[in-house]
Design a binder for this molecule. Structure first.
Ligand code: KG4
Ligand code: ZN
Length: 334
């Protein structure tokens, strides 16, 4: 069974061919990061235009790398949302066109379901499962009693953690996306600055805007006293404070919910400190099936949409030519 999957929710245009719901035959990604860098973030109008330019190229490339043709494809999976509406629209239009012209089923997929199911690349998802979803647009704890049964048990009340990384990078005068740069700088930084702990009403919820403001205050204070701002040390302080916030909630959720697996998901899952703290979690909980996606699968790409799409297909989830980009799509159970 071959699924052709498409992802275009933000600034990556991607197409993948996934076999039997587990094997990624090809995964073609066209990233727009170098263009958006000039604007310090994703410029939605430019993103949509670039998706239009690149969508056919990645589809052809994915088919050719997998050595298959459109006639071999059994179903089309696509990110329906959430994301930038203009960006999503291009992927959804392409998927609807392929589904209609090939007369093959269309499977709408939630972007976060894709990030979670990317873990199928490294092992079996055993349920009940807890996932920490951390990206530029999301910071959530998702509990799954079974396949495709999502329950958001904690979420950010303001900024997503990736967004906070990018904003802190910006105020330190670093490039976009700031997450990987702060991660790199933090490795040579020292424990020199203190940042506050964050409290939320629901102890499983997150909040990152206070932490971001605390970094701004710290920089302003150092400038006021005419002291040099040691960027590596600020990166170290922010990275440790942010990851502490994430892991405190994970540990609490693991006390509150009995789960067989813990899986990491989203762009920030590429963060070195998060990964090492999650590896430590695996040693602390030897009975827990702890999975982290490979680095290439943390970023947005269509392989994850094909992996989640195969499960969605089994669940009978289908779209038709009426579906449209859903920028606020909710993570529902099926
Ligand atoms: O999942 P993703 O590719 O796009 C969204 O769905 O949002 O995540 C992108 C986010 C960006 O905010 C980027 O700065 C962050 O992931 N990111 C990182 C790292 N690599 C990417 N944040 C911290 N450390 C990293 N190594
Ligand atoms: Zn994403």
């Amino acid at each position: 069974m071959l699924i052709l999957a498409i992802e275009s929710s933000c600034d990556e245009t991607s197409c993948a061919i996934v076999k039997d719901g587990t094997e990624v035959l090809s995964n073609s990604v066209s990233s727009q990061i170098d263009i958006h860098k000039e604007y310090g973030g994703v410029f939605p109008e430019i993103a949509s235009r670039l998706h239009i330019e690149n969508i056919n190229i990645v589809i052809k490339d994915a088919l050719s790398k997998a050595s298959v043709t459109l006639d071999d494809i059994d179903a089309i999976a696509v990110t329906e949302g959430p994301g930038l509406v203009g960006s999503l629209h291009i992927g959804v239009m392409a998927a609807k066109t392929l589904s209609w012209s090939l007369n093959k089923p269309l499977i709408p997929v939630h972007h976060i379901a894709g990030h979670i199911y990317a873990n199928k690349l490294v092992g079996e998802l055993k349920f009940p499962l807890l996932s920490l979803v951390i990206s530029g647009g999301h910071t959530e704890l998702v509990y799954m009693k079974d396949d495709y049964q999502f329950e958001v048990i904690g979420k950010t009340q303001d900024d997503a953690v990736g967004e906070a990384y990018d904003k802190v990078a910006r105020l330190l005068g670093l490039d976009y996306p700031g997450g990987p740069i702060i991660d790199r700088l933090a490795k040579t930084g020292k424990k020199n600055y203190q940042l506050p702990k964050v409290k939320t009403e629901n102890p499983l919820d997150f909040s990152f805007s206070g932490l971001k403001s605390a970094v701004r205050q710290l920089v302003l204070r150092e400038e006021r006293f005419e002291r040099e701002v040691i960027v590596e040390d600020v990166a170290y302080a922010f990275q440790h404070a942010a990851v502490d916030e994430l892991m405190r909630r994970v540990n609490l959720a693991l006390e509150m919910y009995e789960v067989k697996s813990f899986v990491l998901a989203g762009g920030v899952a590429a963060n070195s400190e998060v990964r090492s703290r999650v590896s430590a979690l695996a040693s602390e909980h030897p009975d827990l099936n702890v999975l982290q996606p490979p680095l290439w699968a943390c970023m947005d790409q269509a392989a994850m949409i094909g992996l989640a799409g195969a499960v969605a297909m089994e669940k009978g989830i289908r779209g038709n030519c009426e579906i449209t980009a859903n920028s606020n799509k909710q993570l529902l159970s099926y």
